[in-house]
Design a protein around this ligand. Structure first.
Ligand code: NAP
Length: 238
């Protein structure tokens, strides 16, 4: 483990990749702060882990609300440093551009792009003051490759990639590592049950992505994996 009881804040930890990452980070002995909007699901995760005598902190937070993010960061810092922020919270709609409502478009941009910018904005002064930290952003292959039915989602992920690539150059001098993880299709609730059923075995699983995220965090010394793309061996979904 990198440090005893390092503080890890994971957004979108109530399901899918974020939930699996919370479990994996807790298992390597870090102090996990798990956020999402659904407090009930976070409580379920907490119960599951407490059966294995693993303790995590549950902090409901809607990343699309800058004031909610500000309050959550204050609550975490009152009890622990934040050594690593995992910007994982995300939504999609898988519709053609003309079929997306304004509300769906706003939700995708506000969560996936602005939400991550807010968490970074409030965590950054603390990381600068403590002399370093790691920010891991869960992007998507849509930021690199063209897919249809993904316009707002692609804009949100490509936007966060551009934001964090610029940020990386600003914060090198503070020993802050910016890591962009670019996964292909992963079997989670972001996909419909039909897609998951039709593509069984052709999607990545959340535990493997979680292992990757923890491994990236644990990389030592002055080495930083700035960007990493992972796909199922069978390639992208058709
Ligand atoms: N699955 C894939 O194929 C795939 C591929 C590449 C990248 N990704 C990315 O991986 C990340 C995790 O997605 P997933 O696939 O694991 O899907 P998921 O199971 O649906 O998880 C999404 C998580 O984001 C949280 N969330 C959504 N809106 C939020 C908000 N406003 N504030 C706080 N939390 C919010 C959800 O919790 P609440 O609803 O409780 O808030 C949930 O915990 C996303 O950024 C997604 O874009 C997924």
């Amino acid at each position: 483990m990198k440090e005893q009881q390092a503080g890890i804040w994971i957004t979108g930890a109530s399901s899918g990749i974020g939930r699996a990452a919370a479990i994996e980070f807790a298992k390597v002995g870090t102090k996990v702060f798990a956020s999402a909007r659904r407090a009930v699901e976070l409580g379920r995760l907490n119960n599951e882990l407490s059966k294995e005598k693993i303790k995590i902190e549950i902090l409901p937070c809607n990343v699309a609300s800058s004031s909610n993010v500000d309050q959550t960061v204050k609550k975490i810092l009152a009890v622990s440093p934040i050594n690593c922020l995992v910007n994982n919270a995300g939504i999609s709609s898988f519709k053609r551009a003309e079929d997306n409502s304004i509300s769906e478009i706003n939700d995708i941009i506000n969560t996936n792009l602005l939400g991550a910018i807010y968490t970074i904005k409030y965590v950054l002064p603390h990381m600068i003051e403590q002399g370093g930290g790691t920010i891991i952003n869960i992007l998507s292959v849509v930021a690199k490759k063209i897919f249809t039915n993904s316009t707002a989602y692609a804009a949100s992920k490509a936007g966060l990639m551009a934001y964090t690539n610029s940020l990386r150059e600003e914060v090198r001098k503070y020993n802050i590592k910016i890591v962009n993880v670019i996964p292909g299709a992963t079997e989670t609730a972001i996909w419909s049950s039909e897609v998951r059923k039709d593509n069984a075995g052709k999607m990545l699983n959340t535990a493997d992505i979680a292992n990757l995220i923890v491994w990236l965090y644990l990389q030592k010394g002055n080495l930083v994996t700035e960007e990493i793309m992972v796909r199922p061996i069978t390639g992208d979904l058709k």
